[in-house]
Ligand binder design. Structure first.
Ligand SMILES: NC(=O)c1ccc[n+]([C@@H]2O[C@H](COP(=O)([O-])OP(=O)(O)OC[C@H]3O[C@@H](n4cnc5c(N)ncnc54)[C@H](OP(=O)(O)O)[C@@H]3O)[C@@H](O)[C@H]2O)c1
Length: 242
């Protein structure tokens, strides 16, 4: 039986992916996130699944313990889907508002990604899937910490690919790079091409089944990304993004 762990499974993309996996008879699902009551509800609805709370913004030693415990209860992990993430618009550059994105998307995220890669190397195989963002391709004046944290993730994934090529060639990494998806996170003005959650998760699941390296969600965002990456900074400064 294939064991899949979804971190950030209490809502949005992570939650829907966990449900889709749980509907497959050959898969056993582990779910992690902060809101314990939602994780318990998932476990009750999907017998055989394993739920455990964790806080990516909390102490890293606790995070590592929670992963070890989940691995033992699940009976191993074949694929770890790291969907947890946070961020908010912060036009005032209030540092207190930036901290959760930095702690969750950078510090906690790296702790989990490192743990997963070392774990898969020790097993000789495995699949890590992470959700970055098209927003990580350039800095955003209205959400500087969020876009920078996603840029960190995109570069870290590239670093992990190089590491895996040398040290764990059978370990696969899928980077999921969404534009906008209709979840709690995508609220506000100026959003466009917002993909319905169901459609986005179907595309993500297909990419994970095919063990793709990189997938834009929805697919049309790869064209936006191609232009976005090359946009002159002078033009970017005049745009109101984030
Ligand atoms: N929706 C979009 O338009 C969009 C676009 C680009 C990228 N993304 C990325 O997609 C991923 C999923 O986001 P979503 O759209 O599904 O939003 P969401 O519905 O808000 O889900 C975010 C998930 O992350 C978890 N999480 C947040 N902070 C956490 C922490 N400190 N510790 C543990 N879990 C934490 C949340 O669980 P708890 O609240 O229970 O902790 C929740 O399960 C994120 O990485 C996001 O950056 C989303």
């Amino acid at each position: 039986m294939k064991k899949i762990l979804v971190i950030g499974a209490t809502s949005g993309i992570g939650r829907r992916l966990a449900e889709m996996y749980a509907a497959r008879s050959e898969v056993r699902v582990g779910v992690m996130g902060r809101r314990e009551e939602l994780l318990q509800e998932f476990a009750e609805r999907h017998p055989g699944s394993v739920a455990s709370a964790c806080d990516l913004a909390g102490p890293e030693a606790e995070l590592a313990c929670a992963l070890e415990d989940m691995e033992a209860r699940l009976g191993g992990i074949d694929c770890l889907v790291l969907a947890a993430g946070t961020g908010c618009v912060n036009p005032a550059l209030d540092h207190a508002l930036e901290r959760p994105a930095l702690l969750t998307n950078v510090v906690g995220w790296t702790c989990i990604a490192d743990w997963a890669m070392r774990y898969f190397r020790s097993r000789g195989r495995g699949h890590l899937a992470v959700i970055t963002s098209v927003g990580g391709l350039r800095g955003q004046g209205g959400a500087a910490a969020y876009s920078a944290s996603k840029a960190f993730q995109i570069n870290y994934v590239e670093g992990m690919r190089c590491w895996a090529h040398q040290q764990a060639p059978a370990v696969c990494i899928t980077e999921i790079r969404p534009g906008f998806v209709d979840t709690d996170m995508a609220r506000g003005e100026g959003l466009f091409w917002v993909a319905p959650l169901e459609k986005a998760c179907r595309q993500i699941l297909k990419a994970l089944d095919e063990e793709r390296d990189l997938v834009y969600v929805s697919r049309r965002w790869r064209w936006v990304a191609a232009v976005w990456k090359r946009l002159p900074t002078g033009l970017l400064k005049r745009m109101k993004v984030g």
